[in-house]
Design a protein around this ligand. Structure first.
Ligand code: GDP
Ligand code: MG
Length: 163
């Protein structure tokens, strides 16, 4: 059985783009509209020779932070609980949002190790968001671009101890 890596984050940060990059096929639906990943998707993935099972979640895309857990939220909780490591993705261009902070609190309460990915970090538009990312209380954020494939070596280093 391959170790499981779960991608967590609010809508539109680039989770499915990362999933597709690591899987190498266009399995996850990528769209500008929030909430297009209607279900948890998983597939075998590889990063610089490291093999694992990757799970693309949509649990924070259905309900707002205050509502009771729905089916999607429960799937996300199950995905994180069963994962060797959670990739918590934020949009470094947008900066840290209240929903990011909510997810961060939730992840800190779980036993699963967390790697913080500051996505869309290509170019200088992401510099402020990258600094804000430190406020979420995890280890140093990985400056990343799922679309452009930047930060893959840093991601490799960050997840290698956990898989
Ligand atoms: P999800 O809702 O978290 O699964 O996000 P998606 O993967 O569907 O991506 C949402 C939008 O962000 C799409 O328009 C992507 O093309 C865009 N996107 C994803 N990664 C990057 C990135 O590294 N840089 C930039 N600038 N845009 C990105
Ligand atoms: Mg998605």
């Amino acid at each position: 059985m391959l170790p499981v890596v779960a991608i967590i984050g609010r809508p539109n940060v680039g989770k499915s783009t990362l999933f597709n990059r690591l899987v190498g096929k266009r399995l996850a639906l990528v769209d500008d509209q929030p909430g297009v990943t209607r279900d948890r998707r998983e597939a075998d993935a590889e990063l610089l020779g490291l093999k694992f099972r990757i799970v693309d979640t949509a649990g924070f895309e259905e309900d707002d932070a205050q509502t009771l857990p729905g089916r999607m939220r429960m799937q996300t909780e199950a995905a994180v609980a069963g994962a060797s490591v959670a990739l918590f993705m934020i949009d470094a261009r947008a900066g840290v949002t209240p929903l990011d902070e909510h997810i961060a609190r939730w992840l800190r309460a779980s036993k699963t190790p967390v790697v913080l990915l500051a996505n869309k970090a290509e170019g200088s538009a992401a510099d402020a968001g990258l600094m804000e990312a430190y406020s979420l209380g995890f280890d140093e954020p990985v400056a990343f671009s799922a679309e452009h494939g930047q930060g893959l070596a840093d991601l490799f280093e960050a997840i290698r101890p956990h898989v």
